[in-house]
Design a protein around this ligand. Structure first.
Ligand code: HEM
Length: 453
């Protein structure tokens, strides 16, 4: 068996919790989340579901998210079936002391004090994207938005965190990412194959995609620095490899950390921006407020850290987008030992799904939760949200390292893009959702863009 075939075997992990949830997500083709929300409403906040040899426990109450992510976090460990080829042995896959040793030295690159240094690089990436949009506008093209925002997010990470111009074709890598995400439905694909139906990707295609994916970090490391900056995340990672006090942080660790940032740090950011553009396109009055704020705060200047703080409404559009369309709709853990949650017994080995989406859409925590209302984030009289009822970045010690930074990226992107263009969503409303590891638009989000005079 060659390396690609071995990889293909790994990919077909039928034990993965994602495969197990697939039948539950098939109930509503427009929004597969609704069936899980209905289950939570009908059967309560802790729902154990027997699936073959193991149980999946669906949890939907903020207080219980806290139990798993904060109070008893050490009993609920990361679970990565099917995703190892993407993340390797990067920080996101580890637990305990080793995880801490890997995360701690990288943390300073994500401290808000570092953002001012990154903003000029985010801006350059956004301006480059605008040149592409100007060409699309002129040609009257229709294009898919997640691909656009994903390539933008990848460029922002490469420029700001790695001091590199993207040394790979982002559209090709984007295709790898999509191919691998489709692998989450591999079981379904294999069944279709047996019944003679058409299918989109094979395990072999996915394994090939992962082989190509593995070539990306060496390309980043080997590329010329663009500005020879002293303080970058890539430099911190290289320092870790050279540090004898952390022997675990070897060259492979560096490669896998880069993989992790180019996936975990881009797909989620890109989905948020694409969903935000969709929401603004179908709520033109909100888009007008973004444009007005951008004109008042930025004028024709390039943005600074102080401008980011002042873009209050634009930031609340991003927050509201992540409430309605949390890119990570469910957090997955495995119970290390027995426990009791919400009066229900948890057994060691149970797969835990913290269903953040349901809390984001629950009328007990949000007035008219299905409404897109950015003002709820700034209006003091709006119903106060309950702690842990909003967890787009997770919670506790394993929460997202790049969450705050992604809000800077997306707020600036919205402010700058809308100052020059009117993105027009041309697909069905509401846009149908596809739920794999992330919450993606089924079939993508099709747009035209118009340049404002
Ligand atoms: C809208 C954008 C983003 C969203 C919604 C998001 C969401 C998340 C969530 C929910 C987790 C926790 C997963 C869990 O508890 O199982 C996480 C972890 C992580 N995210 Fe993000 N993320 C975003 C942007 C970023 C960015 C920009 C970066 C870095 C460039 C990043 C890097 C990471 C890493 C490395 C982890 C693992 C942290 C650890 O295990 O200690 N993310 N993200």
């Amino acid at each position: 068996m060659n390396a690609v075939e071995t990889q293909a075997q790994l990919l077909g992990e039928e034990q993965s919790v994602w495969f197990k949830l697939t039948p539950l997500l098939k109930g509503n083709t427009e929004n597969p989340m609704s069936i899980l929300c209905q289950m939570a409403e009908r059967y309560g906040p802790v729902i154990p579901v027997n699936m073959g040899s193991e149980r999946v426990v669906l949890i939907s109450e903020p207080e219980l998210f806290k139990h798993v992510l904060v109070s008893k976090a050490d009993n609920y460990i990361k679970y990565f079936d099917g995703l190892k080829p993407i993340f390797g042995k990067s920080m996101i896959t580890h637990d305990g002391a080793l995880w801490q040793k890997i995360r701690m030295p990288q943390q300073p690159a994500f401290h808000p004090d570092a953002f001012a240094d990154y903003i000029p690089f985010f801006t350059q990436a956004i301006k480059q994207k605008m040149e592409g949009w100007a060409r699309h506008a002129k040609a009257g093209d229709t294009f898919e938005m997640v691909e656009q925002t994903w390539t933008l997010a990848a460029d922002m990470i490469c420029k700001a965190l790695f001091d590199r111009d993207m040394p790979f074709n982002p559209h090709v890598v984007f295709k790898y990412v999509k191919t691998y995400t489709d692998v989450q439905e591999h079981k379904g694909i294999r069944q279709k194959k047996q019944s003679g139906d058409a299918y989109e990707v094979t395990e072999f295609d996915a394994a090939k995609a992962m082989e190509a994916w593995a070539a990306v970090p060496p390309a980043v490391i080997g590329a010329d620095p663009r500005d020879h900056r002293e303080k970058t995340l890539l430099k911190l990672i290289e320092d870790c490899v050279a540090d004898p006090a952390i022997p675990e942080f070897d060259r492979q660790q560096a490669v896998d950390e880069i993989k992790q940032y180019l996936w975990a740090g881009t797909e989620t950011t890109a989905l948020t921006l694409a969903w935000a553009l969709y929401l603004l396109s179908i709520h033109p009055e909100a888009a007008q407020r973004v444009i007005k704020e951008s004109e008042e705060v930025l004028g024709d200047r390039e943005p600074t850290a102080a401008d980011y703080t002042a873009l209050v409404y634009t930031r609340s559009v991003i927050q509201e987008t992540m409430r309605l369309y949390p890119p990570v709709w469910g957090l997955i853990r495995v119970a290390a030992g027995d426990d009791v949650i919400g009066g229900k017994e948890i057994k060691a080995g149970d797969r835990i799904v913290l269903f953040g989406y349901s809390a984001h859409h629950n009328p007990r925590f949000w007035d008219e939760p299905e409404e897109f209302r950015p003002e709820r984030w700034t209006d003091k009289s709006a119903k106060r949200q309950v702690k842990y009822s909003y967890i787009p970045f997770g919670a506790g010690k394993r929460s997202c390292i790049g969450g705050a930074m992604s809000q800077v990226e997306n707020t600036l992107a919205l402010a700058l893009l809308l100052r020059r263009f009117r993105p027009e969503y041309v697909g069905p409303v509401p846009a149908p959702i596809n739920a794999t590891v992330t919450l993606t638009p089924k079939g993508g989000l099709m747009f035209k863009v118009h340049e404002l005079s």
